[in-house]
Design a protein around this ligand. Structure first.
Ligand SMILES: Cc1cc2nc3c(=O)[nH]c(=O)nc-3n(C[C@H](O)[C@H](O)[C@H](O)COP(=O)(O)OP(=O)(O)OC[C@H]3O[C@@H](n4cnc5c(N)ncnc54)[C@H](O)[C@@H]3O)c2cc1C
Length: 256
């Protein structure tokens, strides 16, 4: 029986391993130094558990009160993969060798791992694909971007007290109704402040989105000026939020 090695124990690597096992492939190994150490906070579509459960024919057990983070899916898939007997190793792919690959463990020791078929599930890194392209001069797997990455976008998870969360939610609900001439003037003044104090180069308002992420936590996703030093990131977010508040004339004592 062929030995399949999947590089990457993120959602796709684990899902693929489970599906191979379900199809009767005996020898499935997954390698990833991050395996079973899942901490990613990325927020998920609420339907994801149902979708995965339906396609795998397995119950997906999220912890109670979970906010459906990527780490919850990874942990659930890891448990299912273990149940199906997938061999999961905390090792990193380092290169191909005849009959297999070299993998490095968490102590830095490199060993040979036999492999008949290698699957690249390293996400955007595409570690194996790059390695094949490096080894074979014809560059068999050319990689092209589907779209230009947005520049200067930033994500911040911020602890916020419950009163401020309530204010934020009220604020976003009232956006259209409260916009008037005074708000317009405030908008221009606040935007000018962002331009002069932080070097925001545009005349349009920076993009800002926020979403509640569990108890007293908000995820802000926003644009920042190019080359803004890290020491100014917090002040930038505060200024951005202040601008939103001025525009809406809301009484909003947001301090964080
Ligand atoms: C900044 C950012 C924020 C995101 N936020 C969200 C979000 O909020 N919600 C959402 O749904 N999606 C989000 N995404 C997208 C989501 O992370 C991906 O769609 C998803 O993780 C892809 O899963 P994957 O299994 O293909 O790859 P990944 O999850 O990237 O897994 C790849 C795995 O390969 C491993 N690996 C890498 N190199 C090696 C190697 N040499 N040897 C062995 N293993 C290796 C890595 O450790 C990793 O575990 C975000 C992505 C980014 C970059």
């Amino acid at each position: 029986m062929k030995h399949i090695v999947i590089t990457g124990a993120g959602p796709i690597g684990l899902y693929t391993a489970i599906m191979l096992k379900k199809k009767g492939v005996e020898n499935v190994t997954v390698i990833d130094p991050r395996a079973n150490n899942y901490t990613r906070p990325g927020y998920l579509n609420q339907n994801i558990a149902g979708e995965i459960a339906k396609s795998l024919g397995e119950a997906i057990n999220f912890p109670p009160e979970s906010n459906r983070h990527i780490k919850d899916v990874e942990r659930a898939l890891y448990n299912i993969a273990e149940k199906y007997g997938v061999n999961i190793q905390q090792r990193k792919f380092s290169g191909f060798t005849p009959g297999g690959m070299e993998v490095t463990d968490t102590l830095g020791e490199t060993v040979f791992l036999p492999c008949d078929l290698a699957l690249d599930c390293t996400g955007a890194r595409r570690v194996l694909v790059h390695e094949v392209n490096r080894e074979i001069p014809e560059n068999p797997f050319p990689i092209e971007s589907l779209f230009e990455k947005p520049e200067h976008h930033f994500i911040a998870y911020v602890k916020v007290n419950s009163e401020d969360i309530e204010m934020l939610n009220t604020l976003s609900a009232k956006l259209d109704k409260q916009y008037d001439d005074i708000a317009n003037i405030n908008h221009v003044l606040a935007l000018e402040k962002l331009r002069t104090e932080f070097g925001w180069p545009y005349f349009s308002e920076p993009y800002l989105q926020f979403k509640e992420m569990g108890k007293n936590k908000i995820c802000f996703y926003f644009e920042i000026p190019p080359n803004l030093p890290a020491t100014q990131h917090k002040a930038w977010l505060q200024a951005l939020l202040k601008m939103k508040r001025l525009m809406r004339k809301a009484c909003w004592p947001f301090q964080q």
